[in-house]
Design a protein. Structure first.
Length: 423
């Protein structure tokens, strides 16, 4: 299963927003909590101060501003006793009851209670209540401090998001330029020099990539030149060998079964192989294989001709060869098709000593089957005359040309190759 690809830009943005979002939420909650704790602390301190400096007796509660100081629970306002009914106040612990519609609204009413007990003095109670105001005293909707903290946190998160997007966009543009340049740097005959970026790291990366591409291009160029020169140089000795063989065949008067017949036959076979190899190497060195010259080809006739030319590989072998073709005209590159068919048929002939070889052509599909009667009779390919490129080159050529290429070996030793050409 292939790993899922991630967008680096999206990953960075989401990671930063997640971290900042968590921080904003945590600090917003801490701010709201500390704000309320601070307000409660100031109110508690004020209540303690008033209780310390106010003389009060049972049955005579004292009103100081909005505070009520009483020496007995029953002296507190009825609303306070109702709200905190059932509560046993602990000394110096602030009790509160706040009523409001939502967190975004200011409280409709609030009640606070504090029990104070100084040394050698009875318990005193201090209460404060904020009742609903008249409709004209303040606007009908007025947000609370917690709501302002929440809005401030969201504003900070939004501002940070915009800042991150701006930074990512500033960084992403040169990275996209680098990607676009790298994608087309080697498509032409010459390498495109790297552009200059604002960031030193991108310049270093582009320079290293350019140097690597330059080294690869130079290496490929050297290999192409070597193959091209070697192929051209091979043509002269091949021509000499072929012409010498023709001359020897004309002037030789002895019977074909003399001592020279077998060596001369091997020389002739090798010359055929060298011709095919030279054509293959020259074709592989073409820079642009996407614009190959196409021509109308009689596939059945070409298959018969290639099989006949490679018939020398069957000499001295006990092989049952079957060729079944039918007329079929296709439009393809003749050289490429000859290379592929020649390699496959050569491979079948070379790797069969005693067995069967079936070459079947149905429409644009060619099937080649070879089966060795005795697996021990299969020769070592290193001792045979043939292409060193082998079936790997056939696989690469067919993939390059868009042909269907399938091959496999069955349990009974039967090896099957199927080539399907575009109709």
């Amino acid at each position: 299963m292939a790993a899922m690809e991630l967008s680096l830009r999206r990953y960075v943005v989401l990671s930063l927003l997640a971290v900042v979002g968590v921080m904003v939420i945590v600090f917003s909650l801490m701010s709201a909590k500390q704000f309320l704790a601070g307000m409660d602390g100031m109110l508690r301190g004020t209540m303690v101060h008033i209780a310390r400096h106010t003389e009060v007796t049972q049955g005579n509660p004292v009103k100081e501003f909005s505070f009520t100081i009483a020496a007995d629970w029953q002296d507190l306002p009825a609303k306070t006793r109702e709200v905190f009914n059932g509560v046993t106040p602990k000394p110096f612990q602030l009790y509160k009851e706040v009523k409001r519609k939502t967190i975004f609204h200011r409280p409709d009413e609030a009640h606070f209670l504090l029990a104070v007990k100084f040394d050698n003095e009875p318990v005193r109670y201090v209460s404060q209540s904020f009742n609903p105001r008249d409709p004209g005293d303040e606007p009908p909707f007025r947000m609370s401090r917690e709501a302002w903290i929440l809005i401030l946190g969201l504003g900070v998160l939004l501002g940070f998001t915009l800042l991150v997007l701006i930074v990512i966009r500033t960084i992403a543009r040169p990275v996209e330029r680098l990607q676009s340049w790298a994608d087309g740097v080697g498509k032409g005959d010459e390498l495109t020099p790297p552009p200059q970026f604002r960031y030193a790291e991108l310049n270093t990366l582009a320079r290293l990539f350019y140097q690597g591409m330059l080294a690869v291009k130079q290496s490929v160029k050297r290999e192409q030149e070597f193959v091209r020169h070697a192929s051209h140089e091979l043509r002269t000795p091949i021509a000499v060998i072929r012409s010498s063989m023709d001359l020897i065949g004309k002037v030789r008067q002895e019977a074909p079964a003399d001592k020279l017949s077998r060596p001369l036959q091997r020389i002739e076979n090798a010359s055929h192989t060298m011709v095919d190899l030279t054509e293959t190497l020259l074709w592989l060195t073409k820079v642009d294989k996407g614009e190959l010259a196409l021509s109308d080809i009689a596939l059945d006739e070409l298959l018969q001709k290639v099989t006949e030319e490679l018939g020398y590989l069957l000499q001295g072998k006990d092989i049952e060869l079957t060729i079944a073709t039918q007329p079929c005209e296709i439009t393809e590159n003749a050289t490429a098709l000859r290379i592929v068919l020649g390699n496959l048929i050569r491979n079948a002939f070379q790797h069969t000593q005693h067995g069967i070889v079936l070459i079947q052509q149905t429409g644009a599909t060619v099937t080649i089957i070879n089966q060795e009667a005795n697996a021990q009779d299969i020769p070592d390919s290193k001792e045979e005359l043939g292409f060193g490129l082998g079936l790997q080159m056939v696989s690469e050529l067919t993939a390059l040309l868009g042909w269907s290429y399938q091959h496999g070996k069955a349990e009974d030793g039967k090896y099957t190759v199927v080539i399907t050409l575009p109709a």
